[in-house]
Design a protein around this ligand. Structure first.
Ligand SMILES: Nc1nc2c(ncn2[C@@H]2O[C@H](COP(=O)(O)OP(=O)(O)O)[C@@H](O)[C@H]2O)c(=O)[nH]1
Ligand SMILES: [Mg+2]
Length: 233
């Protein structure tokens, strides 16, 4: 988090982390598609010929609070390939919350575990206490055969402290729910550290509403809380 009182600006950093090809870039593309141009910037994506993220993706989302603060939420993805660990570590620096995107297929289990470990290592290398960094987990690619069952995902949910969300990112399923969950844990952690309510007059409700009122929530679990608004693609 960067809080600049002179400029009246708050920057929040969210990182989508996980193995290569788990669907991190797809998540950002779907968020971009459904977000009003009024509150989003360009989706910056650097891809190589084999469709993998070479460096990182970045999608900025911004709004002004009723108290007159500018809030910039930066959504980043990391490159998943093993050789890009240095880049992953740099992108992770200063993250306020992490969405860990896992591939739900059974065959992906060992890779998910390896990258979970890698996430913890990189947090420590960056001087972050993993226990203090808010996390959510997305089990993506629920449409493919031989994925973990819902019951197994429930088990994971019970074992950990993190919110767990099932997704089919290519169809936009679970994408906004994941974004909402990660923004909520980010806000709560920043509130505990920096007293956003008191210091800049920004409540959790306003933080989430300013963003999700400008996202097309049609057909998602968020539709009731944030009535869908059509946005230009
Ligand atoms: N079947 C299926 N494919 C997906 C899903 N999400 C992403 N993909 C595909 O998986 C590949 C890798 O996705 P990408 O977002 O580039 O992964 P990244 O390396 O984590 O950024 C792409 O071909 C996506 O279209 C999903 O939910 N189901
Ligand atoms: Mg990518």
């Amino acid at each position: 988090m960067q809080l600049n009182h002179a400029q009246r600006e708050l920057t929040v950093k969210i990182v989508y982390y996980g193995p290569g090809l788990s669907g991190k870039t797809t998540n950002l593309q779907m968020v971009h598609q459904r977000t009003s141009p009024d509150v989003r910037g360009r989706l910056l994506t650097v891809e190589t010929h084999d469709d993998r993220t070479l460096f990182f993706d970045l999608l900025p989302v911004f709004f002004s609070t009723s108290s007159g603060f500018k809030v910039k939420v930066k959504l980043f993805t990391v490159p998943g390939q093993v050789i890009h660990n240095a880049t992953r570590r740099i992108v992770l620096q200063g993250a306020d919350a992490v969405a860990f995107i896992a591939d739900s297929r059974r065959t992906a289990g060992p890779e998910n575990n390896a990258y979970w470990k890698n996430l913890y290592e990189n947090m420590r290398e960056n001087g972050l206490d993993p226990a203090q960094v808010p996390l959510v987990i997305q089990f993506n690619k629920r449409d493919l055969p031989d994925t973990k069952s819902d019951a197994e995902i429930e088990e994971t949910k019970k074992k950990g402290r993190e919110p767990v969300i099932g997704a089919v990112a290519v169809r936009g399923i679970g994408v906004l729910e994941t974004l909402h969950a990660v923004l909520q844990v980010a806000y709560r952690s920043l509130e505990a550290r920096a007293n956003l309510n008191k210091n800049i007059g920004l409540s959790e409700r306003e933080f989430l509403t300013q963003i999700f009122a400008n996202i097309d929530t049609t057909g998602t679990e968020l539709e009731a809380a944030y009535p869908a608004k059509k946005v230009a693609k």
